[in-house]
Design a protein around this ligand. Structure first.
Ligand code: NAD
Ligand code: 89V
Length: 339
């Protein structure tokens, strides 16, 4: 499959490294409105066909898919443009700024008979995936409690300055991944309550969020996120997990240590992600998941399957984000299914 990537910024560099390793798909053209970023990226990856305008690129190129790696405000017009050209789409998270936009984007690609997948990669990080597979396989019986925790003091603002500028920050940017991991473990959510706080005075949005989720499966989970946590060892970008089940417990602890205690036995396994040749610590955990999710997309298209984090699926993760902001603002418990 021939693809074009739109948005040659900070994170797209990982996506392009990963595309070079994907079986069955590759990037043949690049687009960015910023000339310097476009030409630097084109040179770095040896991609000659470059465009400053996405519409012009879609008119000129014979493509199967687009990979949209811009920030959220441009997602809806770009997804709709790709749908008009009958292309499959991968779009970065947050998929859209509103539920209305997200639903329209899913409908546009559906109407074109193509697939849209959200680049929601945290559930594809190999340590997290290992834990998901263990729980789905019944290693600790039926889960009844979960905690997914991401607490860090890492400076994310130097690489992604826009994160300091938005009215919304941690739930929309990072919490969205952690909420999605909770869905992967425990399924859909009936009710959600949240509190938020801004600790860092230099940013606009909230950098601490704590959420309580009641899942339809009967699990209660706590999702806690912070970019204001100064501690050693710094665990960025690890998601730490604790799950209690009817037959035992699972812990994914700092340092990628997976412990399962069940039926009177304990297993402790090092589930550290591999360091891909182009990856850099501490981002290697995220970078590996980029390759995995992009291969998942290529496989799903080839096999006619819906990707696990399809646009349709991601509507439920986005609804959790909206529910969390609403709950934090009103002090009320919110039903995401009603948003
Ligand atoms: P960035 O600002 O560094 O890059 C975005 C690029 O898109 C810029 O170069 C900009 O010029 C270009 N652009 C914007 N609108 C465009 C348009 N209409 N046509 C062509 N080019 C356009 O942003 P980033 O940090 O790379 O983040 C991009 C997206 O990736 C965000 O949505 C962010 O949340 C997401 N992200 C995801 C992960 C992850 O692990 N999944 C990690 C980091 C960032
Ligand atoms: O994964 C992300 O979406 C990034 C970060 C890890 C910094 O939150 O923006």
């Amino acid at each position: 499959m021939k693809g074009a990537l739109i948005g040659c910024g900070f994170f797209a560099q990982n996506q392009l490294h990963a595309w070079a390793e994907i079986e069955g798909a590759g990037i043949v053209a690049l687009c960015d409105t910023d000339e310097a970023r476009l030409s630097d990226t084109a040179r770095r990856f040896g991609i000659e066909r470059t465009y400053r305008d996405a519409a012009a690129m879609l008119d000129a190129e014979a493509l199967d898919f687009v990979d949209i790696a811009t920030t959220a405000p441009s997602h809806r017009p770009l997804v709709e443009m790709a749908a008009k050209k009958s292309l499959h789409v991968i779009c970065q998270k947050p998929f859209a700024e509103t539920m209305e936009d997200a639903r329209a984007m899913v409908a546009a690609v559906d109407d074109a008979g193509r697939v849209v997948m959200v680049h929601e990669n945290f559930r594809w990080q190999s340590p997290v995936r290992r834990a998901i597979d263990m729980v789905r396989g019944g290693a600790i019986g039926e889960p009844f409690f979960g905690r997914v925790s991401f607490r860090s003091g890492y400076d994310v603002f130097s690489g992604q300055p826009y994160l300091a500028e938005g009215e919304r920050f941690i739930i929309e940017d990072l919490g969205i991944h952690i909420l999605d991991i909770a869905r992967a473990f425990f399924g859909d959510v009936d009710r959600l309550a949240a509190t938020t706080r801004r600790v860092n005075p230099k940013i606009r949005g909230e950098d601490v969020a704590t959420m309580l989720l009641s899942h339809a499966s009967g699990v209660t989970s706590v999702i806690d996120c912070s970019y204001a946590t100064k501690r050693e060892p710094e665990t960025f970008p690890q998601s730490l997990v604790e799950i209690d089940g009817t037959e035992g417990t699972l812990r994914l602890d700092a340092g990628y240590r997976l412990t399962i205690q069940a039926k009177g036995e304990e297993s402790v396994v090092d589930v550290s992600p591999p360091l891909l040749s182009w990856a850099e610590r501490p981002w290697h955990n995220i970078q590996e998941s980029v390759r995995t999710i992009q291969q998942h997309f290529a496989n799903c298209i080839a096999e006619g399957q819906e990707p696990e984090t399809s646009g349709r699926d991601n509507l439920k993760t986005l609804a959790l984000v909206e529910a969390a902001y609403r709950s934090a603002a009103t002090g009320e418990t919110v039903r995401p299914g009603e948003l």
